[in-house]
Every structure is written in C-alpha cells, then in structure tokens.
Design a protein around this ligand. Structure first.
Ligand code: A2P
Length: 301
C-alpha cells in the first residue's frame, strides 16, 4: 500500500496520519510523541482543537527535523475574512513552533462572523473565493505549502465547482471528509479520483461514537482473522487501499502503534468489505449543524 501520495505541488504526503481532534490537553502531547516514535510523520490538527501548543511542544521534544514532518492545520470558521487569515495562521505556526505548514485547509465550507457565536457570514459562505485568494497568497509567502478544503461537498459537487470556477492559482490539493464503514461515499471517491482531488478520511474508524460497531462488523472481523491483523488495522488498510489518506485518532499508546501498520488486503476480501460498507443506507457519524444552531444542514449543498 502507498506510504505517500504526490500532491499537485510535487510534495509527498504520508498516507497515514495521527488525527488529534478530541485528543485532550494533557494527553495529546504524549500521543504525538508515541506516534512519532512508532514512525508517524504526519499530524492532522486544527486551530479549533485547542491543542496546537501541546502538539508543538511534543514535536520540538522529538527533535525530528522539520522537513521530515507533515503538519496540517485548518482555518477556523470565524477567520475566513481575508484580513483575519494571516493572523490566525501565524498563531497556529507559533503554537506548533514552525514557520510553515505543509497543508492548510478551510476547516468547514461555512464562514462565521467574528463577533457573536456561530453567526453565519452569508457572503463569505456563498463565495469562498476571497478566502481562497488569501490562502494562495500564504502559499506564495511560504507560510503554507499546500491548501485544501474540508468537511463538505459530499452530496453534490456544486460547492467545489463554485470555488474552482474562479481563476485559481492553486487548486485545492485535498478534500478532507468523513469516510468510514458507515459513510463510505463511493461516488465522491470516484469523482475525486477522476478530478485529481485526493481525499483524506476523517473519523475513519467511526469516531468515538461508532468505533465499537465498526470493529465488530462481521466482514471486518473475518478479514482480521484471515490476515492475522486487528479489526482497526483492517479498516485503516481498507482506507489506504481505496486511495485516500487516513487520519485515525487515538490517545492510547498501543492503539497508536497498532494503527500505523497497514496491510494490503487481498482483492476478493477488499471487495467484500467495500460491498458491505456500501450496502447499507449511508449514515454520517459527525454533524455539528444543530449544535451550531444553523438553519440548514451544513452538508447540504
Ligand atoms: P482512544 O483515543 O481513546 O484510543 P476515529 O479515528 O474514527 O475518529 O476514531 C477515534 C476513536 O477510536 C477514539 O475513541 C479512539 O479511542 C478509538 N480508537 C482508535 N484506534 C483504536 C483501535 N486501534 N482500537 C480500538 N479503538 C480505537
């Protein structure tokens, strides 16, 4: 299975990352240290996870050369206005203790006003181009190597097309979306491959809500048994074999080590798992629309 994928910039992005969403203060640092010792070189974080400083301390302590690491962060919804982007990016860079990110994503395809709590900025939500142009400027300044989008565009591709209809200097390098056994999105995967857009799978195990169910899927257990690997390794391997980046989150040392080992699944077994994942009605595991009090579902185009 591929250990890296090549982005349009020519950069090589490692296929397995440690995801640090929901990795709390006091535990994320040791998770990152364990991961780096196990061989991970890709950490997928975000400003809103509120743990970038602790991640940064762990990176520093590891003494791994910066050029060997792949660091991703994400632009929070309240900072989409062009004038707010560089300050929040600088804050992320300073917390991580680096002077550039390998990848910076627009965290959600919606913008909030800076004041107030989760008040929609309708203009910047409808038209992400001003935000994108500023991100392109950050690439030109060397503060970011690649830029991408995240958490959207799942039911149709109008929003991607809305952005890419503009004269972009840099096209989105990746699209980070929920992908797991419950929400495998085969059409989006196919469309993305055809359009040269690499997907990154977040909540690949079904997040804390559904990881138990994911690991108990009969096909997953059966393949694990046949290959002599764990159910989590089956699922993580399946993601890479589908051609996506995978971002499993764990703060448990043994699981972090386990999750880094991916194995090629024989084609007939891979197809069985793919068929099982796509046979049921898809169900999104994570959706904050209601929690944010939005008058619409953020995943609807
Ligand atoms: P923990 O962090 O306590 O180890 P996802 O990557 O889909 O978001 O899933 C994250 C959830 O899955 C967390 O609750 C994490 O628990 C759990 N998890 C991660 N890796 C494993 C594993 N190898 N076996 C069992 N549970 C795991």
């Amino acid at each position: 299975l591929p250990s890296h994928y090549t982005l349009p910039s020519g950069d090589q992005i490692p296929s397995v990352a440690l995801g640090v969403w929901q990795a709390g203060k006091g535990e994320v640092g040791s998770a990152v240290k364990t991961a780096l010792k196990a061989g991970y070189r890709h950490i997928d974080g975000a400003w809103i996870y509120r743990n970038e400083a602790e991640v940064g301390d762990a990176l520093k302590e590891s003494a791994i050369p910066r050029e060997d690491l792949w660091l991703t962060s994400k632009l929070w919804n309240t900072f989409h206005a062009p004038e707010d982007i560089e300050p929040t990016l600088d804050e992320t860079l300073s917390m991580l203790g680096t002077d550039y990110l390998d990848l910076y994503l627009i965290h959600w395809p919606i913008a909030f006003k800076k004041e107030g709590s989760n008040v929609l900025d309708k203009d910047l939500t409808a038209d992400p181009y001003p935000t994108w142009k500023k991100l392109e400027e950050m690439v030109d300044k060397g503060k970011v190597k690649n830029i991408g989008i995240s958490k959207s565009y799942q039911t149709c591709h109008c929003r991607i097309q809305n952005l890419t209809a503009n004269p972009l200097k840099y096209k989105p390098a990746v699209n980070q979306v929920e992908l797991n056994f419950w929400n495998p999105q085969p059409e989006l995967l196919q469309w993305s491959k055809e359009n040269g857009l690499l997907l990154e799978a977040y909540s690949p195990l079904g997040s804390n809500k559904q990881v138990g169910e994911s690991l108990s899927v009969p096909e997953v257990k059966d393949i694990a048994c046949k290959l002599g690997i764990t159910p989590a390794q089956v699922i993580i391997s399946w993601h890479v074999q589908r051609g996506t980046i995978v971002l499993p989150k764990s703060v448990t040392a043994s699981r972090i080590v386990e999750n880094y080992d991916v194995f090629e699944i024989p084609q007939d077994l891979f197809e069985r798992l793919e068929a099982a994942a796509t046979a049921h009605t898809p169900q999104r595991v994570v959706n904050p629309s209601r929690g944010w009090g939005l008058p619409f579902d953020v995943f609807d185009d």
